[in-house]
Design a protein around this ligand. Structure first.
Ligand code: ADP
Ligand code: X2W
Length: 263
């Protein structure tokens, strides 16, 4: 039996709310065992870019990343947000190390090729350096991953943070029993996205398609669920979506939505 690894993604609305972020980081620091925290910070990047008069455009939950935007997202994700999270985990007694995909060649990617749309400097992941990540986890370091990757030719690339979490979970699934947790501001995947009391306990691919067709699942929840199913189909043992403030309950299985890959 393999050792357990928790890969936890924290949503952009939590990063943007200091009280919620503080509460989340206390419970993440208290989590026993091997752990990786993946963050984005899209909201802060958008605000900063707008202040700098760099117009922003999102397509299907992905940021069109021109050269100026790449500088901003690198500074925000791999700089301020990553280091702020690491420092706060240190304050809670959790020895953490923050990495972008370029550090230690942690996550290699290539610039997205699309037939009709130029996404700019957006990266699709090619490989995760599992031996490097495992060696850090073996030293009882908690790893904090920023969603900036590189192409090993000197180019930094912007990659969606839900995808980074999926790829890291998948990449380490040969070494650990991986549990992937997508935590955000809502209680799980909801039947009514505006009503936190309508949590769906579990979702199969067929139910997902049905809810998507009925437009009960939309926007950022679509790529999140696509990533969740992709993880389960690639060796990740368990995927849960739920509220960041309820990390313990999500792990205990008493809260959130469980993603199931059989029909
Ligand atoms: N059925 C649903 N249940 C919960 N959230 C949903 C649902 N459908 C769409 N959403 C939207 O998806 C968003 C989460 O996606 P996203 O913003 O990409 O996540 P994150 O905060 O992790 O980056 C929620 O804030 C919500 O507005
Ligand atoms: C290519 C791409 O879209 N990258 C994302 C990375 C950050 C992210 O995913 O942040 P959240 O989890 O807070 O949404 C972006 O720049 O918005």
């Amino acid at each position: 039996m393999l050792e357990k690894l928790f890969v936890v993604k924290i949503g952009g609305n939590i990063i943007d709310d200091d009280a919620k972020l503080a509460a989340f980081l206390i419970s993440f620091a208290a989590l026993k065992g091997k752990k990786i925290l993946v963050h984005g910070g899209g909201k802060l990047a958008t605000r900063l870019a707008e202040e700098m008069k760099v117009p922003q455009q999102m397509v299907d939950g992905r940021r069109i990343t021109d050269a100026e935007t790449l500088k901003i997202v690198t500074m925000v994700y791999a700089g301020y947000i990553n280091k702020n999270i690491v420092a706060r985990l240190q304050a809670h007694g959790s020895n953490a190390i923050g990495l972008s995909g370029a550090d230690g060649n942690a996550i290699q990617a290539h610039k997205r090729v699309h037939p009709t749309l130029d996404y700019g400097f957006v990266g699709d992941v090619d490989s995760v350096n599992a031996p490097l990540l495992k060696s850090l986890l073996d030293q009882d370091l908690a790893i904090v991953l920023a969603p900036i990757t590189h192409d090993k030719q000197g180019l930094l690339l912007n990659t969606n943070a839900d995808t980074i979490a999926q790829e890291a979970a998948k990449g380490l699934s040969g070494h650990y029993d991986v549990e992937l947790i997508y935590s955000f501001e809502k209680s799980g995947v909801l039947l009514d996205a505006n009503d936190d009391s309508t949590v769906i306990a579990s979702i199969t691919p067929a139910y997902y398609q049905q809810l998507k067709a009925a437009q009960k699942i939309f926007a950022g929840m679509i790529p999140k669920l696509d990533n969740a199913f992709a993880a389960l189909n690639s060796g990740v043992k368990k995927v849960i979506i739920g509220k960041a403030e309820q990390l313990q309950q999500l792990i205990a299985g008493s809260s959130g939505t469980t993603i199931i890959n059989e029909q």
